[in-house]
Design a protein around this ligand. Structure first.
Ligand SMILES: *Cc1c(COP(=O)(O)O)cnc(C)c1O
Length: 403
């Protein structure tokens, strides 16, 4: 086993060797610029990009000309929300998004609200589900865009996209979904789900970092976007800049492998997840977060009372790499900030601070899961033995036990 064992697949994933192999020629022999129209190097690169575009389009039931390559989901989310908001500002200024969205949606919404847009945040239920009725309830004649993530990156809850899409269709409102965590793990169909814009990223599906895509619907209706980066007019003018050819090839290969192996991997990894989760839930007082009926098959979010995640993760750092939540909120190093997702599902600050997130995946083994379960349980025991609050709670429990 490679130590520490990597169990943070929601933050990023190792690149699949098959993906590396597919990418390599586009860095060495076939290094051409996909925009070079006058020689074979350019044609080869362009051919690879168009092949990737077609394959990604097919994976979500879109057309190739509806795929815009970007540097990742953060950029896709920026382009989708800011691009639409600017393009159809004359139709209204109201935007609706979920409360448990990734920072790359929430921060963009904050910028938009400083620029004259009104943003409403849809509440979620205790399991993190955005209810279509709740979205409908917030709509006004000024609403132009709804953004709800396909699956949550902390608690794994999968949104009822088709139902939310139907509400948007009925009200003539554009629907964007950040599908970064869901893509490659559940089937997504932009036509059936009435999705107008969809963000994906390669590095969450065993592809390389720094590449992603945005689906932008071209008909029924044709979605117009104001580009957020100008230059040579690449990607139909929607996203200028020399295309990351190896990255795009890697994204398509990563998607192809994910969808090809989806059935068996959801079974195998799902079983490992269940095994690890069951072990953790056997800890006194531990509880699961997220929607047990509808969530990502590789996600675990558990709250272990009296054990601060920060201390537990530090105690385990040589054995297992896990996290307390989103890597993107930890990027700002504001450790005091507790997860907005856990707040939204009703956890108080203390319970949120006692929550760990584990993401298993393609390269996780049964041996690793067994080892991790033992280590976590042991560390919880040690930390609780040192916790005066836990000792006190145990005493009060035993006092209440009738003898
Ligand atoms: C990781 C993630 C992002 C950001 O993707 P990048 O490609 O790293 O910019 C956005 N949304 C969700 C839900 C994510 O999990």
């Amino acid at each position: 086993m490679k130590m520490p064992i990597y169990m943070d697949y929601h933050a990023t994933t190792p690149v699949d060797p098959g993906v590396v192999e597919a990418m390599l020629p586009y860095m060495t022999d076939q290094f051409g610029n996909a925009a070079s129209r006058q020689h074979a190097y350019g044609w080869e690169a362009e051919g690879a990009v168009e092949h990737a575009r077609k394959s990604i389009a097919e994976s979500i039931n879109a057309s190739p000309n509806e795929i815009v390559f970007t540097s990742g989901a953060t950029e896709s989310n920026n382009l989708a929300l800011k691009g639409v908001a600017e393009a159809i500002r004359s139709k209204g200024n109201h935007i609706i998004c979920g409360r448990t969205e990734h920072r790359s949606i929430l921060d963009v919404c904050e910028v938009l609200s400083r620029n004259g847009f009104r943003v409403s945040y849809v509440d979620v239920d205790g399991e993190g589900v955005v209810r279509p009725e709740a979205v409908l309830g917030l709509m006004t004649s000024d609403t132009i865009l709804v953004s709800v993530m396909a699956a949550n990156n902390e608690i794994g809850t999968i949104s009822p996209l088709e139902e939310i899409g139907r509400v948007c269709l009925e009200r003539g409102v554009l629907f964007h979904s950040d599908a970064t965590q869901a893509y490659g793990k559940i089937p997504l169909d932009v036509r059936r789900m009435n999705i107008h814009l969809l963000s994906i990223s390669a590095h969450k599906i065993c592809g390389p970092k720094g590449v992603g895509a945005l689906y932008v619907r071209k008909k029924n209706p044709r979605v117009s976007l104001v580009p957020q980066q100008d230059g040579g007019g690449h990607e139909g003018g929607m996203r200028s800049g020399t295309l990351n050819v190896p990255g795009i090839v890697g994204l398509a290969k990563a998607a192809e492998i994910s969808f090809r192996t989806l059935h068996e991997e959801s079974g195998r990894v799902g079983m490992l997840r269940d095994r690890l989760e069951e072990s953790l839930l056997s800890i006194d007082g531990a509880r699961r977060n997220g929607d047990p009926a509808n969530r990502l098959w590789n996600n675990i979010s558990v709250t272990i009372p009296y054990v601060r995640a920060e201390g537990l993760i530090a105690a385990l750092k040589n054995d297992i790499a896990i996290s307390s939540g989103s890597a993107c909120s930890s990027a700002d190093r504001d450790a005091a900030k507790v997860s907005h997702v856990l707040h939204a599902v009703g956890l108080d600050d203390e319970m949120a601070r006692c929550t760990i997130r584990i993401g298993v995946g393609r390269f996780t083994t049964a041996e690793e899961v067994e080892y991790a379960a033992g280590k976590i349980i042991d560390a919880v025991g040690v930390l609780r033995a040192q916790s005066p609050e836990y000792q006190l709670s145990m005493k009060s429990v035993s006092h209440n036990v009738p003898t």
